[in-house]
Design a protein around this ligand. Structure first.
Ligand code: C2O
Ligand code: CU
Length: 462
């Protein structure tokens, strides 16, 4: 296991090995109230004090909401935070009024107030929820949770089904959240990258499993800005869904990239030998860090199971009239080491230094602020193609609300359905989707510091 080590957020202070903490989460799908509150969580090793966090129902991550495809989800959101907030149900092709975007689909819920969310979930798969007001701060303080929509039928049989929420915290020496929110360095560079990674709120997530156990692992990147490269060791398997949506055919599992907000559903068989360990590693410059550790016990069956079938497809409109589609371009500019000289802010052409003084570092089509005009006005059912060109020195995880899209490659092939796509620097990525969900929908970078400082636009579907 060359290069394998436990992540340590402070090499000088962290003497003893990270102890495994018991899950704090109250995994509940019966409580119909979702309260955002201040709380404490043991996210650092046990020899550190608890971290002051913001939590849903006292839990970091928030409680996993389990429903069946087609179900109605009803949650009374109570805001017990000292700051206004909302809940956005990421990846759900939702009724627009329930999308939870402060200032667009609803007013921010003031401290002490409540909001009634009530929507149906059309698609099975792995989704999640998080605030959509001062998201860069509220998510960095711990607010996010999984929303799992079970297939009505046709899901491959597995021994364990686990949601693994990957998060990235910036902690100081006392294991408290660094309160340097909104600093221009983070906003104009890679975003808020932390120094402590957790899975389901734990620094050393592990499970005991028998050899040949089959698991469905639902990975969710809830970090503000960190892009994970995930590598399996001692696990054989397939990627069966991305961003909630089933792949047409399972894809053999290798290293894969999980950008902020993206999900990957894996079906894995434990192939490491009894007494050994299997891992999901996060591959970083200086080696591989264990995100999840599986301690292998005696075989749970005689041999590995046969390959799983694809998950049943979700009812997403298929892309047909691609050549007649309504096309728009989105030019992404700005950031450190970029070429942008200025952009529109408050209807004024503004130089980059003045933009920075107003907390703006990026622009979409020359606008550093969310435009009053939508990027596209689509008529209901129209096919839209957006060519997104990244003329910056940084990758961006572009997320569309209310719809899933496919990436169209230069040769015209279409990729899997996604709600978030990573656009590498210097690259153009063209996405296409049928605009069949009426309302005003955001399109933004999910590196939360980038969207806060200019990488945010919207579409109107009528
Ligand atoms: Cu995950 Cu605009 O959101
Ligand atoms: Cu970005």
């Amino acid at each position: 296991m060359n290069g394998m080590k436990r992540r340590q957020f402070n090499l000088c202070l962290l003497g003893s090995a990270a102890a495994m903490s018991a899950p704090r989460a109250a995994w509940s799908d019966v409580a119909h109230t979702l309260t955002a509150n201040e709380g404490l969580a043991q996210i650092a090793p046990r020899d550190y004090q608890e971290t002051a966090v913001w939590a849903f129902n006292d839990s970091v991550p928030g409680p996993t909401i389990h429903v069946l495809q087609g179900d109605r989800v009803i949650r009374r959101f109570v805001n017990a935070l000292p700051q206004a907030s909302t809940v956005h149900w990421h990846g759900i092709r939702i009724d627009n009024a329930m999308d939870g975007v402060a200032g667009v689909t609803q007013d921010a819920v003031a401290s002490g107030d409540a909001f009634h969310y009530d929507f149906t979930v059309p698609d099975a798969g792995t989704y999640w929820y998080h605030p959509h007001n001062r998201t860069w701060e509220q998510m960095a303080r711990g607010l996010s949770g999984a929303l799992i929509v079970e297939e009505i039928e046709g899901a491959p049989a597995v021994d364990h089904d686990e949601a693994l929420l990957l998060d990235d915290w910036r902690l100081n020496d006392d294991a408290q959240i660094a309160e340097d929110f909104g600093n221009m360095h983070d906003w104009s560079h890679a975003g808020r990258i932390g120094n402590w990674i957790t899975v389901n709120g734990q620094g050393a997530w592990s499970r005991n499993v028998g050899r040949f156990t089959r698991m469905r692992l639902r990975l969710v990147n809830t970090a503000n800005a960190r892009v994970f490269i995930v590598e399996p060791r001692g696990l054989d398997g397939w990627v069966v869904a991305l961003d909630g949506m089933p792949l047409d055919a399972p894809l053999r599992l290798e290293n894969f990239t999980l950008a902020p907000a993206q999900r990957a559903d894996l079906i894995v068989d434990v192939v490491a030998e009894e007494g050994k360990k299997a891992f999901l590693l996060s591959i970083e410059r200086d080696g591989g860090y264990a995100l999840a550790t599986f301690n292998i016990g005696g075989a749970s069956r005689e041999q590995v199971l046969p390959a799983p079938a694809a998950l049943p497809p979700n009812p997403v409109a298929s892309l047909e009239a691609l050549s007649e589609a309504h096309k728009v371009d989105l030019l992404m500019e700005g950031g450190a080491m970029g070429r942008m000289r200025g952009a529109m802010l408050d209807s004024q052409m503004t130089g980059t230094r003045e933009l920075a003084a107003s907390g703006k570092a990026w622009a979409f089509n020359g606008m550093a602020d969310m435009d009053d005009m939508p990027l596209v006005e689509a008529s209901l059912g129209e096919t839209i193609r957006i060519a997104m060109t990244n003329d910056t020195a940084w990758p961006h995880a572009m997320h569309l609300h209310g719809h899933h899209f496919r990436v169209i490659s230069i040769d015209g092939n279409t990729g899997p359905l996604r709600d978030t796509a990573l656009v590498d620097r210097g690259k153009t990525l063209e996405i296409a989707f049928v605009a069949d969900n009426p309302g005003d929908w955001l399109l933004h970078c999910h590196m939360l510091e980038h969207s806060a400082s200019g990488m945010m636009t919207w579409l109107r579907v009528t």
